[in-house]
Design a protein around this ligand. Structure first.
Ligand SMILES: Nc1ncnc2c1ncn2[C@@H]1O[C@H](COP(=O)(O)OP(=O)(O)OP(=O)(O)O)[C@@H](O)[C@H]1O
Length: 311
């Protein structure tokens, strides 16, 4: 039985500017399954933040429907807000407040909060609990925003670029926290420009471009789908690649990259691997350092969204 989605966006349209001249989100459909981490990826200006902010109830859709935990984020905002966690990039913060006070205060607004001091330590903020917000570094503010989003034990948390500008230690601490949230059954929706982050954390990925979802799936599904992988091996130089090609399925390619270093491109499956090794056996070749190179999420992302810079 399919569970009720944590987020269900159907045909979302959001326009900005005078007379709605700028269409930021253009008929976007997105379903987020509960208890999973969904990463929303897309080039700059694709419409990720607009989509997330609409789900959070900060923006009113111009078209389509948005349901979050079964509620309308605008109409049912008062009922929804205590159940979701939102990581704000900035704003809504009094610059003179101290980090620890802010988190303790936020915790008090919830019925069954996490312990703020433990959270502060977890995110490496214990050295700056008494520092005022205005004196926190960018990365410290980012971590505080994450702590404020999760301290209330939300059912669903939206994280907009949670690790932008973080050092590697803080990035890993953030990843750990996201994994723990998921293990506790929390649904996580995050936007990111880091493909390794999506590969590491996401159960599901949605790639957005020009205000629409252009690809969906688990990271594995996206990396497997459609395009090709490659198989590399080393052997004695000058192998008869024409002969190898006749053994391979149509559409494959074989290249000697440098003397004795070979690459086979095509749909690399167990059968193809067996064909290559059996061809090698027939020709007295010992293939060494055999490696199958799968496409990374970054390869898929660039294939789908192009390599040119976005405004
Ligand atoms: N308040 C606004 N007024 C006018 N245009 C806006 C506004 N907010 C966003 N836009 C435009 O809408 C489009 C989508 O913006 P959005 O911030 O949702 O993209 P994004 O995918 O989050 O981008 P990034 O990766 O750069 O954060 C962009 O072209 C942006 O310039």
């Amino acid at each position: 039985m399919r569970s009720t989605p944590a987020v269900e966006v159907v045909g979302l349209v959001k326009r900005y500017g005078r007379n709605g001249a700028k269409t930021a989100v253009d008929g976007l459909d997105l379903t987020v399954e509960p208890g999973r981490v969904t990463a929303v990826l897309g080039p700059n200006g694709a419409g990720k933040t607009t989509t997330v902010e609409t789900c959070e109830g900060y923006l009113r859709p111009d078209g389509g429907t948005v349901r979050v935990l079964g509620l309308d984020p605008v109409r049912d905002g008062a009922r929804l807000r205590p159940r979701i966690g939102v990581m704000l990039q900035s704003g809504g913060v009094y610059p003179g407040a101290r980090a620890q006070e802010m988190l303790r205060h936020t915790a008090k607004l919830h019925r069954d909060p996490l312990d703020p001091d433990t959270l502060i330590a977890r995110l490496g903020l214990d050295g700056c609990g008494r520092t005022t917000y205005r004196r926190l570094s960018g990365g410290q503010r980012q971590r505080l925003a994450l702590a404020m989003a999760v301290v209330g034990r939300p059912e669903l948390v939206f994280l907009d670029e949670p690790t932008a500008g973080l050092d590697p230690q803080a990035r890993h601490a953030t990843w750990e926290l996201v994994r723990e949230l998921r293990d506790c059954g929390v649904t996580v929706v995050l936007t990111t420009h880091f493909m390794d982050e999506a590969e590491q954390l996401a159960d599901d990925v949605a790639i957005i471009d020009a205000g629409r979802v252009i690809a969906r799936g688990t990271p594995e599904e996206l990396c497997r789908g459609g395009a090709e992988d490659s198989l590399r091996f080393a052997g004695r130089p000058g192998l008869d690649l024409k002969s190898l090609l006749t053994a391979l399925p149509a559409g494959s390619a074989a290249t000697e990259l440098t003397a004795g270093a070979y690459r086979v491109d095509g749909r690399i499956d167990p059968q193809l691997l067996a064909t290559v090794t059996s061809w090698c056996a027939q020709h007295g070749v010992m293939p060494e350092r055999i490696a199958v190179e799968r496409r990374s999420l970054e390869d898929v992302f660039l294939e789908l969204t192009g390599k040119e810079l976005r405004a």
